[in-house]
Design a protein around this ligand. Structure first.
Ligand code: ARG
Length: 263
């Protein structure tokens, strides 16, 4: 298993853009074990590629948690659907990818305690008639395949040809820019970041707190994995000691409301 993984990692490493090692703690737990953590680095500001480096809120949070827990790790860019397969096959020890904790996923995976509150939001072109999620009925809308954005739309409208599913969120947004769809549904911080950073694209974001539900992100693990407990302890510590707030401010420019994470 370990050999197999090393071999595979070597191959991936050769196609450099696909493997990005991230500042791992030198104060390992002593076991010498290096955890592999997967992500889908196409979801700024949580995880995205800066050249070959994976950067984002999740990346900094993971680093702080792993340092606090004294765990050595490597973050690799697996892509969204492959990440879940890798978790099921236990090819990765964990994942961090703005992943919403929900009952459906809890059947197959374990999660850390929550670290971020999120809600789905609509991204559309300026001048759109869309005012709420209900207005998306009968329109072509893009989502990243297998996300809560897809689930929210299917809950409202049923499975539909009009819900266009893309491998990652960058492609889902591209479909809007190309005029293939009239809107994108994805996590609020992600669509707001995109709209703000791309004024030339003339987009708007539309929130709908009635039809979209509040969600919380967690670090994901294979079912009955070994590291939840120490990771949860470390997560609690960095939330309590202000490290979490420091990372949050770096990425979102404001103080977090950490009370919502403690319920
Ligand atoms: N929070 C949403 C979900 O869990 C979307 C996450 C997408 N993350 C990503 N890195 N593409 O379904």
């Amino acid at each position: 298993m370990e050999m197999k993984r090393k071999f595979k990692m070597g191959l991936i490493g050769l196609s450099a853009a696909f493997l990005v090692a991230c500042g791992s703690a030198d104060s390992g737990s002593g076991s010498g074990e290096k955890l592999t953590v997967g992500t889908d680095a196409a979801y700024a500001p949580f995880e995205s590629l800066d050249g070959e480096k994976i950067v984002g809120f999740d990346v900094d949070l993971l680093d702080a948690v792993m340092k606090e827990a004294g765990l050595d790790y490597e973050l690799t860019n697996k892509g969204w659907d492959p990440l879940f397969i890798a978790l099921q096959n236990e090819e990765v020890d964990a994942g961090i990818s703005a992943i919403t904790i929900n009952d459906d996923r809890k059947k197959s995976y374990d999660f850390s305690s929550p670290y971020f509150e999120s809600i789905n939001m609509i991204l559309a072109k300026q001048g759109t008639s869309i005012k709420s999620a209900k207005d998306l009925e009968g329109m072509k809308v893009s989502v990243q395949n297998g996300t809560t954005g897809q689930a929210a739309l299917e809950k409202m409208f049923g499975k539909s040809e009009n819900i266009k599913k893309y491998e990652n969120n960058v492609l889902a947004i591209q479909a809007l820019l190309n005029g293939e769809v009239e809107a994108v549904v994805a996590d609020n911080a992600v669509v707001q970041e995109y709209e703000k950073n791309n004024p030339d694209k003339k987009l708007v974001t539309i929130s709908d707190k009635e039809n979209f539900e509040s969600e919380f992100y967690g670090i994901i693990f294979p079912k009955d994995g070994e590291h939840q407990e120490e990771i949860n302890k470390a997560m609690k510590k960095i939330i309590d000691d202000g490290k979490y707030a420091e990372i949050y401010k770096k990425w979102f420019g404001e103080e977090p409301n950490v009370d919502v994470l403690k319920q």
